[in-house]
Design a protein around this ligand. Structure first.
Ligand SMILES: Cc1cc2nc3c(=O)[nH]c(=O)nc-3n(C[C@H](O)[C@H](O)[C@H](O)COP(=O)(O)OP(=O)(O)OC[C@H]3O[C@@H](n4cnc5c(N)ncnc54)[C@H](O)[C@@H]3O)c2cc1C
Length: 410
């Protein structure tokens, strides 16, 4: 082999090792997606179709109604888009209603909701304002998720209550200039201090939702592997008051989701106490990807909400706008678009519900299902927004209707 071929093979083997490290290792049952790959349909995971137990169903319905009433009065998605900010009253209101800590255990001030129940709430928000739903997702589904899943009892007691109440906001910082899809390629370094009491972080993060408005961030950085010359990713709890924390660009200007504050951050000799390590040392990638599984599930719910809004808007328009002496909905080509939209919204809701139920039912490894949901939901919502856009014709293009914003957000 040439030297280049040897290097390529070494890089490939390293990637395989990293991927294998991320796979679930404990005893596990065969999941839905893996089963399909292996030619087996494990019906138990989807049949009967998942439903909330009656005790949870009532509380969930009440929560959705409360959120709906609050959003009816307090949420102005067009203003959020125009002003590139989510008003403090909206954030406080969501906190008051328990939305910012809904799946956290009651002992930390949360509502103890299941993933399926929480998805119903997120669908309600996603149907109105993508910025607000992504803000909520970044705080709750990924921001505090590592603490909920991997925090020690002491860490949970210390950090969770104000986050769960929404008095503090959370963010999740994995992405860097060199670590996008290749999440394992995190370059931020965390060097232990001489006395071992701290880690000193140096590096950059970008595209971090809530990054510069959060009071607590889960940050991924490379730590030395004891006894080896290698480094591995570790998760740290970071607060912006730590000297060396720099919000380089607190709100990166962007196409859509303008209400969310997406930040570029830098850490310059930032000292983080050793007790802020979240999860096992060197297992941060596993922490990160498990957290993202949850974010992908509620993200599916946000897209389901947006999809249903597109369908509703298209039906309303098709039933009222007349051309050639008939309402648009009487034309076969428009009917076909609406039928396709209905099918997409139905599939999105079903896929989100099933995926959330896998987590609730205790399936050990749902990485494939959440990845499938993320791919499908983003593509489906793009298709639905486009179809709604086409049904509206020129009217969709103007800012007095939500569709141009929804297209940018999608
Ligand atoms: C609005 C917004 C909010 C975000 N919020 C957060 C956040 O809160 N926290 C956080 O950590 N990150 C966040 N991100 C970052 C997001 O997770 C990354 O954008 C994502 O991981 C992709 O990385 P990248 O943008 O560097 O794209 P790249 O990795 O550069 O990919 C570019 C394109 O190449 C494709 N590609 C890459 N590798 C392959 C391959 N092997 N084979 C085929 N195609 C490939 C990708 O699919 C993509 O289409 C956010 C991003 C956005 C846009």
């Amino acid at each position: 082999m040439t030297q280049t071929a040897v290097q390529t093979e070494a890089a490939r083997q390293k990637q395989v090792r990293e991927a294998e490290e991320l796979l679930f290792t404990g005893p596990q049952r065969l999941g839905l997606a893996k089963g399909l790959f292996l030619g087996r349909f494990v019906a138990d995971w989807v049949m009967p179709y998942p439903a909330l137990p009656p005790s949870q169903a009532d509380a969930t319905e009440r929560a959705v109604t409360e959120v709906r009433q609050f959003l009816d009065v307090s949420l102005d998605p067009a203003a959020i888009d125009r002003q590139s900010d989510i008003p403090r009253e909206v954030v406080e209101g969501l906190g008051r209603l328990g939305v910012l800590g809904m799946t956290a255990p009651v002992e930390f001030g949360g509502r103890g909701f299941s993933q399926m129940a929480y998805c119903q709430v997120m669908e309600e928000i996603g149907g109105r304002c993508a910025s607000t739903s992504i803000f909520t997702n970044a705080h709750h589904s990924i921001g505090i998720r590592a603490l909920l899943l991997f925090g020690t009892p002491e860490q949970k007691r210390r950090w969770l209550p104000p986050l769960v109440r929404g008095e503090q906001l959370a963010a999740f910082a994995l992405t860097e200039p060199e670590a996008g899809s290749d999440a394992a390629n995190v370059q931020t370094q965390a060097r232990p201090s001489a006395d071992g009491s701290h880690y000193i972080l140096n590096g950059e993060k970008r595209y971090i939702t809530n990054g510069a408005i959060a009071q607590v961030l889960t940050v991924m950085a490379r730590t030395p592997v004891p006894g080896k010359s290698e480094t591995a990713v570790t998760a740290f709890l970071v607060t912006p008051d730590m000297p060396g924390f720099v919000a380089v660009e607190p709100r990166m200007e962007k196409l859509g989701l303008r209400g969310t504050a997406t930040a570029r951050l830098a850490f310059r000799d930032m000292r983080v106490p050793r007790e802020n390590i979240l999860g096992p040392l060197g297992k941060g990638l596993k922490v990160a990807l498990t957290v993202l599984d949850f974010g992908r599930t509620t993200f599916g719910a946000c897209c389901t909400g947006a999809a249903k809004t597109c369908l509703r808007l298209a039906v309303q328009h098709a039933n009222t706008r007349k051309q050639f002496g008939r309402t648009l909905g009487e034309f076969e080509l428009v009917k076909k678009k609406i039928a396709r939209m209905a099918a997409g919204a139905y599939a999105l809701e079903a896929m989100t519900t099933v995926t959330a139920s896998l987590i609730d039912r205790g399936l050990e490894d749902y990485m494939l299902e959440t990845a499938i949901l993320k791919v499908f939901s983003t593509e489906a919502v793009w298709m639905l927004v486009n179809d709604a856009f086409q049904v509206h014709g020129g009217a969709a293009y103007f800012t007095d209707r939500p569709l141009e914003r929804m297209l940018r957000d999608a």
